[in-house]
Design a protein around this ligand. Structure first.
Ligand code: MSP
Length: 645
């Protein structure tokens, strides 16, 4: 059986935060789970790189859009590497095969009449790359993010979205699995479909950082059509080799944040219908990680005072398993969840360091202490043993059921119920007391055998969720680290197996102390960032620079300004014009030296009077850090009046 799962493709925004990791970590756990079930999994993620936002940011920084996104994409890949994200392809919308595919999709839709030319007038939200009608605006601002929108009018191509409204409604009605959780269906129907779906503007002439339309080179693809197409372009749809497409399409799951459900549950199925393709089995709109009640986002991040949100730092301090575990366990699936370092540390401490870590280290330490690190034999089961064994045997079914509902918190809840039961079993059976009585040696062996089995089964069950600890545990139990779900029956460990004493897997954290340290770290980082920003020369665009008019002038007369030891008054000929200019260079040049010099003059400054003398320009000088000053002059003879570019 195949399983095709996707994350949304990420805007290369930089400032990656823990909220960004949420969708991808869940997808990774699902991909690993399905692989372990023996399914043929294809897991896709990537970056959404075109559009006005990138075009503008790159221009501000005076780099090409590609030059702007490349380092941000590399950073994101690094985050995924640190978190052990096991994607099969990382697609970039700048990849050549993707661009070609988008062009072919547009051509196909144009040829079939689903794309047509008209004129667009609407309100555009650049950060969201979304178009809105006036009725959709909220207090004149973007209804999604509340930011300013700009009125845009242009000749555009449109996709016949309205035509597909009845089929989309029918899809929701006939197939409740298509869009989950259920609440999102009501949202789509009431907020978007019922008020009337408009045809969608799918091209731009003003934004050039994008995919050029094959049938009209002035036009570039609307970023959302470009982006959504990644789910089929990655598989080679409409390419010379579409083997992957034939094998994996339709997607089994598009997991997305709730704010982009609209694109995935209305526009995307309509495009697929127009292309005559099968629809994804499911779109799931998950909730958000909140901070102080709001969605954790790039802009919010700057206001965060105490909490560490940077995935690099989090992984560095607590390890990939801890970060993955928190994301998978703490936020109720489908809802929003508050993120704080305190919640993170409490969760990791309680479940990983105390419950799981303790079970592993106590069990292996006792086998080492009482049996020299050799696994004893299981004795006849008593009531309390039977209860533990039946829980261990039944846990996989619960995990499987939860994962079929995509519910990692429930799946982990089931695994940790087994961990808790096993810890309780240690207290109930008190192996340390059994060890004192030689006649109970067989019973002691049986107890430790059962605990070792629980540890082994827990490690296998945790493999889709945690990527480091299960391997260490299985190695310590001399088990094959690639052990799959088929090993999840109690009693598979052989007596006589060598068992290593496993060191604590997760250090116990002193939460109070750690929170104080984290707060210091967050503030130090903020200070460093502020300093970097203030030390950075303020950037201007080429348009800003073009506003300054600089011309070549010749000083034809010069005298000192009365009662000033700093100022010289020059008479400068600039082409046919003569101007009076005052400059603070009397300490560096005498009036005699100045006469006859070719200088550069800023000519469009507002005139001012200095010590009563009119100044109609500024002569440019260079100054070094030792306070030396020199006039800036054209390097070769050039006529006065020449402009500087
Ligand atoms: N580029 C679009 C998706 C195009 S898919 C055809 C986009 N990118 S994004 O970078 O803004 O978001 C990527 C994913 O990160 C989304 O699923 C989004 O919901 C998720 N998250 C970003 N911040 C988040 C939280 N604070 N909490 C949970 N997930 C959030 O949208």
């Amino acid at each position: 059986m195949k399983y095709y799962i996707t994350t949304p493709i990420y805007y290369p925004s930089g400032n990656w935060h823990i909220g960004h990791c949420y969708t991808t970590v869940i997808c990774d756990a699902l991909a690993r789970f399905h692989r372990m079930q023996g399914e043929d999994v294809y897991f896709l993620t990537g970056t959404d790189e075109h559009g006005q936002k990138v075009e503008k940011e790159a221009a501000k920084k005076n780099v090409t859009p590609k030059g702007f996104v490349d380092p941000l994409v590399a950073e994101l890949k690094d985050v995924w590497r640190l978190l052990d994200i096991s994607y099969d392809r990382f697609i970039r919308t700048t990849d050549e095969d993707h661009v070609k595919c988008v062009q072919r999709i547009y051509q196909k839709l144009y040829d079939s009449g689903d794309i047509y030319k008209s004129e667009y007038a609407g309100y555009y939200c650049t950060p969201c790359e979304s178009m809105w009608t006036v009725a959709q605006l909220k207090d004149g601002k973007c209804p999604d993010c509340g930011r300013e929108v700009t009125l845009q009018k242009e000749e555009s191509y449109f996709f016949r979205l309205s035509k597909y409204a009845p089929r989309i409604l029918k899809l929701y009605g006939d197939n409740p699995e298509f869009l989950q959780p259920k609440s999102r269906v009501n949202e789509m129907v009431n907020n978007f479909i019922k008020p009337g779906l408009q045809d969608l503007c799918v091209s731009r002439t003003t934004v050039k950082w994008g995919v050029q339309l094959p049938f009209d080179k002035k036009h570039y693809a609307y970023v959302w059509i470009d982006a959504l197409s990644n789910y089929i372009s990655a598989l080679g749809y409409l390419s010379e080799d579409d083997t992957l497409f034939r094998k994996y399409w339709a997607a089994d799951l598009h997991l997305v944040g709730k704010e982009i459900v609209r694109f995935h549950a209305i526009i995307w199925p309509a495009i697929l219908m127009a292309l005559g393709l099968p629809l994804p089995r499911q779109v799931y709109g998950h909730g958000w990680l909140l901070i102080g009640g709001d969605k954790l986002s790039k802009s919010k991040q700057d206001a965060v005072k105490k909490d560490l949100t940077d995935p690099y730092e989090l992984v560095k301090r607590y390890g990939a398993d801890a970060v993955r575990y928190f994301l998978l366990r703490e936020i109720p699936f489908g809802s929003d969840g508050e993120y704080t370092n305190e919640r993170f540390l409490m969760r990791v401490n309680a479940d990983l360091a105390n419950d799981f870590g303790n079970l592993v280290s106590r069990t292996t330490a006792m086998i080492s202490q009482y049996f020299g690190g050799v696994l004893p034999e299981q004795d006849a089961d008593e009531g309390v043993d039977k209860e533990l064994i039946s829980l261990a045997d039944g846990t996989f079914a619960k995990v499987k059921d939860a994962m079929a509902r995509l519910n990692a918190p429930d799946a982990l809840g089931a695994v940790f119920a087994l961990v808790a039961r096993a810890n309780k079993y240690i207290d109930e059976t008190a192996p340390w007391s059994l060890a004192k009585d030689e006649s109970k040696r067989r019973r002691l062996g049986g107890v430790l055998y059962r605990l070792a089995e629980c540890v082994r089964m827990t490690a296998v069950l945790l493999k889709p969720f945690l990527t480091r600890a299960p391997e260490i545990v299985l190695k310590g139990l001399s088990c094959d680290e690639s052990a799959g779900f088929d090993t999840l029956t109690f009693g598979r460990l052989k007596a006589g197996t060598g068992i290593e004493k496993i060191a604590p897997l997760f250090p116990r954290i002193d939460v109070k102390k750690e929170l104080a340290e984290v707060e210091k770290l967050v503030n130090a980082k903020k200070e460093a960032k502020k300093e970097e920003e203030t030390n950075m020369p303020t950037e201007i665009t080429i348009d800003d620079f073009a506003k300054v008019e600089i011309k070549v002038g010749e000083v034809i007369a010069c005298e000192r300004v009365e009662k000033s030891d700093k100022l010289l008054h020059e008479t400068v000929k600039i082409g046919d014009e003569v101007r009076s200019v005052v400059s603070g260079i009397a300490k560096y040049y005498t009036p005699e030296e100045m006469v006859g010099k070719k200088v550069l003059v800023v000519t469009n400054l507002k005139p001012v009077k200095l010590r009563g003398v009119l100044s109609e320009g500024m002569i440019l000088c260079a100054e070094d850090k030792d306070g030396n000053l020199a006039l800036v002059s054209p390097e070769k003879p050039i006529a006065s009046g020449g402009s500087v570019r």
